[in-house]
Design a protein. Structure first.
Length: 380
């Protein structure tokens, strides 16, 4: 479903909300009236509104929304906010962030034109942010444990003006087109954009023209090489399981939601190719360690127990799910796990003394078959 974006300016006192009270007596916001049109407020709307005027959500426990908006208007009667509206083909509208009208902004249509000129790959949109993959100025391929990788970077650009564009270092695993993104502060760079649209355009153009970070890519490559020499711990496996459970609850695999991590494995995996592949990769840890629930162990103890796979398998599995089996929001969730994992020392770093072959794919599905067919066509 395609989306279009609208922008405008409004005074705070002109905003109104429609609420309802649940059985516990708690008040919830159903809609925000923007120019008398009811729209759904997103999380970015409330976060940006709180930041713009320096208050938190707790204030609505004591005062109504109308009281808060009117009080702000009394203190700053000429203060206006710029809004961004996301609208679907069926007319459903969601209110994204509100910002200072003088703040930097990269409108959606202008951004798509810019990415089109620079050949942005895998352009995705989710929750007010457009993500695109690009090649750095000094690219090239290299090998990690026999697998070919290529340096890439991911550009995240907010199209509602809330937050600054960010660049994340990324590696593309060539054999299966998996993109591993370092979604962590260690591998992130924020762009200084100043004020006005021209500042954003200049900053993005400069990055797309000549981005390179040799030291960052060297560090990222070192973490992948170290992952091939480190057994995955029960703690690291359990963290990936929880990330998959959250992804599953978003509906990525199309079956019923799963319980939180810590079950016996068989029940959770039933009917889900993601969890079938996950348990084949990690091994039956409950049987190996003779426990019905590994969560009964402390995190400190879980860090010392190895699983039947390497950390490198966890990295490839999470990047495969993010690239081939998740939408934009779920993909960011899996990449966040990956970025957090490679940002610190592995629990069992450097414990592997024997090496085997690495699997190209873990999850069998239509998306996997399409990728294999595409790779086969390229090789001809």
């Amino acid at each position: 479903m395609s989306k279009r974006f609208e922008y405008g300016v409004v005074r705070v006192k002109d905003l109104a909300v429609r609420t309802h009270v649940d059985k516990t007596g708690k008040r919830h916001v159903n809609e925000v009236l923007l120019n008398e049109e009811p729209v759904r407020p997103g999380k970015r709307f409330w976060n940006s509104l709180h930041l713009r005027f320096g208050f938190t959500a707790n204030i609505f426990r004591y005062f109504s929304h109308e009281e808060v908006f009117n009080r702000i208007a009394e203190v700053a009667p000429n203060d206006r906010i710029r809004w961004c509206l996301e609208r679907d083909d069926d007319g459903d509208a969601r209110l994204l962030a509100v910002t200072n009208p003088a703040a930097a902004l990269m409108p959606h249509d202008d951004l798509m034109d810019l990415l089109g000129r620079y050949g942005g790959g895998e352009v995705k949109y989710a929750d007010g942010v457009v993500s695109s993959r690009h090649a750095p100025r000094c690219g090239g391929t290299f090998q990690v444990a026999g697998d070919g990788f290529q340096n890439k970077f991911v550009l995240d650009t907010p199209i509602d003006g809330f937050g600054r564009p960010s660049v994340y270092l990324s590696l593309l695993r060539l054999v299966c087109s998996n993109g591993a993104v370092g979604y962590s502060p260690t591998f992130r760079s924020e762009l200084s954009v100043g004020k006005g649209n021209d500042g954003v355009l200049f900053a993005l153009t400069r990055v797309l023209d000549g981005f390179n970070n040799e030291d960052g890519y060297a560090a990222l490559r070192q973490r992948f090489e170290s992952a091939t020499k480190s057994w995955a711990s029960v703690n690291e496996v359990n963290r990936l399981y929880k990330a998959l459970s959250r992804l599953h609850n978003l509906g990525a695999s199309g079956s019923a939601p799963l319980p939180a991590a810590g079950g016996d494995g068989a029940e959770e995996a039933a009917g889900s190719p993601l969890f079938d592949a996950f348990h084949r990769m990690t091994g039956d840890l409950q049987r190996i360690y003779g426990m019905a629930n590994l969560n009964a162990l402390s995190v400190k103890r879980q860090r010392t127990l190895p699983a039947a796979c390497k950390v490198y398998d966890l990295l490839n599995f999470s990047s495969e799910v993010a690239t081939h089996h998740a939408d934009a929001i779920g993909g960011r969730m899996m990449q966040a796990y990956l970025g957090d994992l490679i940002s610190g020392e592995y629990d069992l770093e450097g414990t592997v003394d024997q090496f085997g072959d690495w699997r190209d794919f873990f999850v069998g599905s239509g998306a996997t078959a399409e990728t294999l067919a595409d790779l086969n066509r390229r090789g001809r």
